[in-house]
Design a protein. Structure first.
Length: 418
């Protein structure tokens, strides 16, 4: 045994103790998750999260006052403890990356340990509070006594602390709901992923739902498996009028193409009607130079689809058109009697009374004839503090980068002058 090897838990503590403590917290957390389960505690919401956060801040301040002159404070505010806490969190992040974070009905080791919902699990809670504690010690160590050269370090690390703190405590207050809007009907309720309905401090009326679609595509399906045939690329080709193309082993020509049509007798005709679907008359030439002619259609909610049989194994079909763009023209009403006209689009939010409203989906079965628009309404009262923390991190990082370059230049000039 090396005589210079320091026994564990003998002062001063270092990396060994840091990793043991962090992974010990994870172990205890997983044991509690397996035996008790985080679901039994429920979510921490306002004002409980505010009270818990205040108590935690006071606890950090109290611990600092009690131990600031003791060796343990140097460890808790040092690099080894920080690396250990980050390593513990990194383990959970890796598990999150390889385990789908979705609800699972089957009971097994994955669900029992909370691997499928790590952000709400007990070990995640433990390691986050530990990381916040270590980060808090680091900040107060540089904060007292405050020196101008430490300003960037304090600002960036305090910003990180605020970001993690607000994101963790505010998760229980985050509301992500959906509203089903029907044209010319006012809706004031939204529902969560469990189907529970909530009254909102606003109401939305869908005036008009607009959707643009790409043209449907030609594709070949394997009759024996029902799967798309993808022997060569591209495996699908967008349909245009008078299109001539090579799809796998077959030459295909489009003689007629209608975006909206209806069948009458043995052919399709262009028409504008509820449920009218795209259709195309195609000629398919096989490698043996045989020609197969017929109509194909993707159908709609009240029109059947139609494919062209090539042989016993393959058939040519038309895919369902994919949406290019969809939006909702809405009127938004608030309790104070205000009315706002807005256009809701995907990835473009509109905020009213603290709620962000997004265009989410529509009745895909009805397609371009949908009179229903599905929007998402989100409220996150703690988000502003997350933004403040991120802004502080950016400012602190820029300052430290600037100061580092300034010091380096001053040392270079001093070295040249000497």
């Amino acid at each position: 045994m090396n005589k210079n090897t320091k026994p564990l838990w003998q002062s001063p503590w270092g990396y060994s103790e840091s990793f043991l403590f962090a992974f010990g917290l994870l172990l205890v957390g997983f044991v509690l998750e397996f035996t008790v389960g985080s679901a039994s505690f429920g979510s921490i919401v306002f004002p409980q999260n505010l009270i818990l956060g205040t108590v935690y801040i006071l606890l950090i301040a109290l611990v600092y006052v009690l131990i600031r002159k003791k060796p343990i404070f140097k460890f808790l505010s040092g690099i080894p403890a920080s690396i250990g806490a980050i390593a513990g969190l990194s383990v959970l992040v890796v598990i999150m990356g390889i385990t789908p974070q979705i609800p699972m009905d089957n009971k097994g080791i994955v669900t029992s340990l909370g691997f499928n919902r790590l952000t709400t699990s007990i070990p995640f809670l433990f390691i986050n509070f530990y990381l916040l504690f270590i980060l808090g010690m680091v900040v107060v160590r540089k904060l007292f006594p405050l020196k101008w050269k430490n300003w960037g370090f304090v600002c960036s690390h305090l910003g990180l602390w605020i970001t993690v703190f607000a994101a963790g405590l505010g998760s229980g207050d985050l509301q992500r709901l959906r509203m089903d809007l029907i044209e010319n009907r006012i809706e004031g309720r939204a529902y969560d992923d469990k189907g529970n309905y909530f009254e909102l401090p606003l109401a939305i009326k869908l005036n008009d739902f607009k959707i643009e679609e790409f043209h449907p595509k030609l594709a070949v399906v394997d009759n024996t498996t029902g799967m798309l045939y993808e022997a060569t690329k591209p495996s699908m080709i967008m349909i245009e009028n008078k299109l001539a193309c090579q799809l796998h082993d077959w030459e295909i020509k489009v003689d007629e193409f209608f975006l909206t049509s209806g069948r009458a007798g043995d052919k399709y005709y262009s028409m504008v009607d509820l449920g009218a679907a795209p259709a195309a008359k195609v000629r398919l030439i096989t490698p043996a130079k045989d020609t197969i002619t017929g109509w194909i259609s993707c159908g709609s909610f009240n029109r059947p689809h139609e494919s062209l049989k090539i042989d016993e194994r393959f058939s040519l079909l038309m895919t369902v058109p994919e949406p290019k763009k969809f939006s909702s023209e809405v009127s938004i009403y608030t309790p104070d009697g205000q009315k706002q006209e807005q256009t809701l689009e995907v990835n473009k939010s509109f905020t009213v009374n603290g709620w962000k409203i997004y265009q989410l989906s529509y009745d895909e079965k009805m397609g371009i004839y949908s009179t229903k628009s599905i929007v998402e309404v989100v409220k996150d009262p703690w988000q502003i503090f997350v933004y403040i923390g991120v802004f502080m991190m950016m400012i602190g990082s820029v300052y430290m980068f600037w100061r580092g370059n300034k010091v380096k230049n001053e040392e270079t000039i001093k070295g040249v002058s000497n």
